[in-house]
Design a binder for this molecule. Sequence first.
Ligand code: G6P
Length: 472
Amino acid sequence: MGKMIIVSNRLPISSTERGDKSVVQILAGEYASGLLNQLDKEEYLWFGWPGVAVAEAEERAEMIVSLKEKGMVPIFMDQKEAEQFYDGFCNETLWPTYHYFTQYIAFDDDLWEVYKKINDRYCQAILKKAKAGDTVWIHDYHLLLLPQMLKEQMPELKIGFFQHIPFPSYEIFRVLPWRKEILEGMCGADLVGFNTYDDMRHFLSSVGRILGYNHEAGYIHTPHHLVNVDSFPLGVNYNKFREAAESKEVCELVHQYKHELGSQKLVLTSDRLDYSKGLLQRLRAFDLLIDNHPEYLEKVSMVMIVMPSRTTVPEYMDLKEKIDTLVGRINSKYSTLDWVPIHYFYRRLSFHELVAYYRISSVALVTPLRDGMNLVCKEFIASRTNGDGVLVLSEMAGASKELQEAIIVNPNNIKMMEQAIYAALNSPIEEQQKRMESMQKTVRKYDVYHWSKIFLSSLDRVVQKQQKLKSR
Ligand code: G6P
């Protein structure tokens, strides 16, 4: 059996600058922790960017050695390349396009050239370590050209590609001058996976209209090989959140927070700072709630955790200003000597602090304007050891397809969101428990392990199918 090769833009590590050196630490976020636990049992390699520009050859060499024992291979970029690849083509061209923010798209051929160059850098690094029969699982929009590059050079690799962010409708996708090359790049994989059925449908429609390839029952017949396309909703590491929620550390924090907050009810919102997350709309809905219900003054507050993200991209800097201003305006309007309506944290909280907030909040407000899946809502559900709590969830998040027992809202409709928060705060406990139980069942069953298992078994299946077709 061949080895497993995982490829993502970032390695699952956090790199921090200490003195003039970067220090790396394994990160337990997103899908990475689930995959790492699973991969520990077999031979694997993980290729990705360490997240910082490492310029010195000596420092690069040290990093290669220290990551080697963890099965990780760093792909380096210098400062300029990171600006043009990560900030530039990935986050100023692809991210806004795929999240329907066409007004933010940068159309720049120089950025495209760097995108191709970095995808090729990944390809060359992988080819040095890969053997025929190995499985390569590529993640996300940073590496859309890599499947085809690898397939052309080593057709005997089993290649899976999973896109974590949405795939837009054809009418949006077609605006990209490089649309053809991007689709051809993705079609180099044997299996292409998305979070939802709708994303998959949009992709197939673009493949049909732009590349002219036919598809039938989730299989595309390209001139080169058969490609399977399917949806695999990403899950969380349910048990990890469950255990953390019951841990001594979290129980102590819960006790402390409750003591500080008294009988106040909390509405929680936690996300990266990103225009796709609809953070201003969440604030406006909360403002309207307090305005319409003065009885909530000093009784209900919002905990707003905003994680810094892509801080050098202009749209993100601009949004930060707008959030700061709006939070300030709302707080100055209603605050009293011993109460503020919005507790605003612009930083990454520790894992235990986050889980403690999941536990003590009555309502989670998860209302992105567009989101491939959104794992925050699943983490909230997994952490509710008491079996109560209400989720207000955007219909634009992939998770809404699975979590129908949430209160589903259109995040552009501020009035609707305000009414949903009100309904959530007043939901009878039996109703809360009934809905929560059902959502917990879903999130527990379809966790991150289930997700990777079904993705990899589908990949095996399509490769077998290709072999049967060849031997006919
Ligand atoms: C989304 C993307 C991931 C990305 C994450 C954080 O979830 O799908 O690929 O890693 O955002 O963004 P960042 O730019 O910090 O890696």
